[in-house]
Design a binder for this molecule. Sequence first.
Ligand code: FAD
Length: 371
Amino acid sequence: MNLSYWEQKSWFSNIDFTIVGSGVVGLNCALELRRMHPKARILVLEKGKLPQGASTKNAGFACFGSISEILSDLKTHSEQEVFQLVQDRFDGIQSLRTLLGDNAIGYQNNGGHELFLNKDVALYESCLGQVEYVNGLLRPVFGKDAFKVLPNRFKFSGINGNYISQIYEGQIDTGKMMYSLLQLSYQKDINILNGTEVNSFEDTGAEVLVKTDNMDFTTNKLLIATNGFAAQLLSENVEPARAQVLITKPIKGLNIKGTFHLEEGYYYFRNIDNRILLGGGRNLDFKAEETTEFGNTHLVQNKLNQLLKTVILPEQSYEIDYNWSGIMGVGQQKKPIIKQVSDNVSCGVRLGGMGIAIGSIVGKNLANLIA
Ligand SMILES: Cc1cc2nc3c(=O)[nH]c(=O)nc-3n(C[C@H](O)[C@H](O)[C@H](O)COP(=O)(O)OP(=O)(O)OC[C@H]3O[C@@H](n4cnc5c(N)ncnc54)[C@H](O)[C@@H]3O)c2cc1C
């Protein structure tokens, strides 16, 4: 794009901070930079017309980890690391609620429930046997016992008679949350340019040259918050992971309320506006879902349909309204990567499946890395 003198002067001169990615991390990073630097010129570059990764596509669970997920994490992480992950998720959700307000993000604390299919009796027994231990480990985070055994009151079919529930788990309206975050960013004079993809950058030591599909310009600092797309700009250990979701049409008399986890978190569903939103199934073909391409597959959608019909809504008639997908950034470790990659470039990526919870803290920490 051939920039005019005016465009050059008003949009692309003397930029203090440029953030790549307008997801929950990028916007929280921009807002934290604004708090620390009231007069700075802050630019956010976003390749999509809307944020186009995970932040506007997710299921809106404000969650801390189901019992089986925490026990599974304890196999690959130390107790201290797992404790810290949960603490960060808790702090992150509080931070998001404080920043935007519960109304603006549609926050509700309806509890989160892990369901165990009848075939998973061994997993249920093993989780049940460790509820007390996990409650003890996490008591400093929640102040009380977070996990409780509750009966199958929503009458799901083909599952154990009890759930193991996380009573502090909540849900948000993802669209409202991202809309509010964008509105707050505009109010704080953060310039967001959509439809602008960063192709490469070069840290010269004094500043950073940023090359986009439209134009090139320089910035004092560059902060990369591209999560699942991180490998396109950075050599960090982040793999893309597509997640597919469907939503039903509104269902008359739907009484299901809360967030639900199935098969060690590979499936998840919730109520929203008298509908059921259901996602998951990456485990059916990890290789195919390791992609930055949006899309839905028959394999996953058929499985989601089957779960709806046989487990979630066995006695209710419903219609599927539509489906979509989003791209997450994952790795062997659950911990996000927040680091300086060169003198003037830093990144905050690899949010996994918990970006709602930790996104605000990751964004803040990214901003504080270079402050
Ligand atoms: C279907 C689904 C369900 C999920 N459910 C939950 C849930 O219930 N609870 C929860 O806590 N988490 C959930 N997650 C995970 C959560 O949404 C993510 O962890 C979080 O949104 C990540 O935020 P982010 O800002 O790091 O990344 P993103 O939101 O992906 O933002 C990165 C942005 O960078 C942009 N970008 C990438 N490359 C470039 C480039 N080169 N130039 C310019 N822009 C670029 C992208 O377009 C994107 O908008 C879910 C994710 C998915 C996909």
